[in-house]
Design a protein around this ligand. Structure first.
Ligand code: NAD
Length: 366
């Protein structure tokens, strides 16, 4: 039996999580999914209750469970808090304490939304790729860093790209394992032409490949990768890259698919004793204070985050596929939350109505 910890957070987080709970209840009721679901506070909601954006007991629970599902944190009420009390610190602490080193961002284009992409419909229609970004090392963390003066009144900004073999190896293993569950194609991106850390990255990925011979591996310089992503994104299946390049490439890939309200993500860490990786699933979007409390939030990014949990933490590919197909059908029938309506013909739905339609499709599948 698995275990899930739900942390709705702030703003539209609790609104979209209410809808995910209905989806979970459906799977528990109709598909007899057996996992325990606990719920707790994070971000501004935790600060309001405990005076800290992540209580120790909540962290202890997060370390215990098989998967954490988080809504979103932050909002204008908390903007003036000191740095360590800000809602975002709760999220960052969770990522750090769970040592979530592999950030997984799918870029999946539902056919019905292909016209939302800034690229031509035929380039993105049917797109289904995943970017694995190293999340806990590289240039955002490397030392030395800072802004120094060199004695000549000129300031020098310094950041250091630094990767150890083991940091590269573990994220490469995550990416190969993911590729095995998909179309068995992995493209590793770095800048081995101009960066030593890129040469090491390439070496280690090649070493790991020896244990994953069923996966077809290719290497690409990250700048070419950026071009290829907007030229012909469907050539990829899984992409693995470092923290900096992954930050940029995953945002670029996300926009291939259109709306922020549709984008899920997962962050995975080391495997625990039961063989499952530590894992946190969350929509890419934030707490959206501009639409909070108006029933306008698109719940699909959060529902797809739960679908990723089914796939990667609970090895339940069948139900993950069922959920994603149900969402695809609802979109194909023209149901749209406001964020998906721009210039489109369709039936306008509230947050709850969108979930009602997904549940109708799930019921129809029985
Ligand atoms: P945001 O993602 O909250 O919103 C950006 C825009 O997208 C807004 O117009 C919003 O209405 C829209 N949007 C976002 N999610 C949507 C959804 N599900 N359905 C429909 N529309 C949606 O980013 P922001 O406005 O820059 O940040 C707002 C707050 O969220 C800030 O406090 C920020 O720190 C926080 N934030 C949190 C996370 C997180 O929890 N992971 C991520 C980003 C931002």
């Amino acid at each position: 039996m698995g275990s899930l910890l739900i942390l709705p957070g702030d703003g539209i987080g609790p609104e979209v999580m209410t809808e995910v709970r209905r989806i979970i209840a459906w799977f528990q009721d109709k598909k007899y999914l057996k996992f325990t679901v606990e719920e707790d506070l994070v971000g501004g909601a935790a600060y309001d209750m405990h005076g800290t954006p992540l209580a120790d007991e909540t962290l202890a629970k997060a370390l215990e469970v098989d998967a954490v599902l988080l809504g979103a944190v932050g909002g204008p009420d908390y903007d003036n808090l000191s740095f360590n009390l800000k809602p975002e610190r709760g999220l960052l602490k969770l990522r750090k304490e769970l040592d979530l080193f592999a950030n997984i961002r799918p870029a999946q284009c539902f056919d019905a939304l292909a016209s939302f992409s800034s690229l031509k419909k035929e380039v993105v229609s049917g797109l289904d790729i995943v970017i694995v970004r190293e999340l806990t090392s590289g240039i955002y963390f490397g030392e030395p860093r800072g802004i120094h003066t060199d004695g000549s009144n000129e300031r020098i900004g310094v950041n250091t790209q630094r990767y150890t073999e083991s940091e590269i190896r573990r994220v490469a293993i995550s990416a190969f394992e993911l590729a095995l569950k998909r179309n068995k194609k992995l493209c590793s991106m770095e800048k081995a032409n101009v960066m030593e850390s890129g040469i090491l990255w390439r070496d280690i990925v090649d070493e790991v490949h020896v244990d994953f011979k069923d996966v077809e591996l290719s290497h690409m310089y990250a700048d070419n990768g950026a071009m290829q992503l907007v030229r012909d994104p469907k050539q990829f299946d899984v992409i693995v890259t470092d923290n900096l390049f992954g930050d940029i490439l995953s945002d670029c890939a996300a926009m291939l698919t259109g709306s922020l309200g549709m984008l899920p993500s997962a962050s995975l860490g080391n495997k625990k004793e039961n063989g499952l990786p530590r894992a946190m699933y969350e929509p890419v979007h934030g707490s959206a204070p501009d639409i909070t409390g108006q029933s306008k939030a698109n719940p699909i990014a959060c529902i797809l985050s739960f679908s990723m949990a089914l796939r990667y933490s609970f090895s339940d590919v069948q139900n993950a596929n069922l959920l994603e197909q149900s969402i695809e059908k609802v979109l194909a029938k023209g149901y749209r939350t406001p964020d998906l309506m721009m210039g489109e013909q369709g039936s306008l739905c509230s947050t709850k109505e969108m979930t009602d339609k997904i549940l109708e499709e799930l019921d129809a599948s029985l």
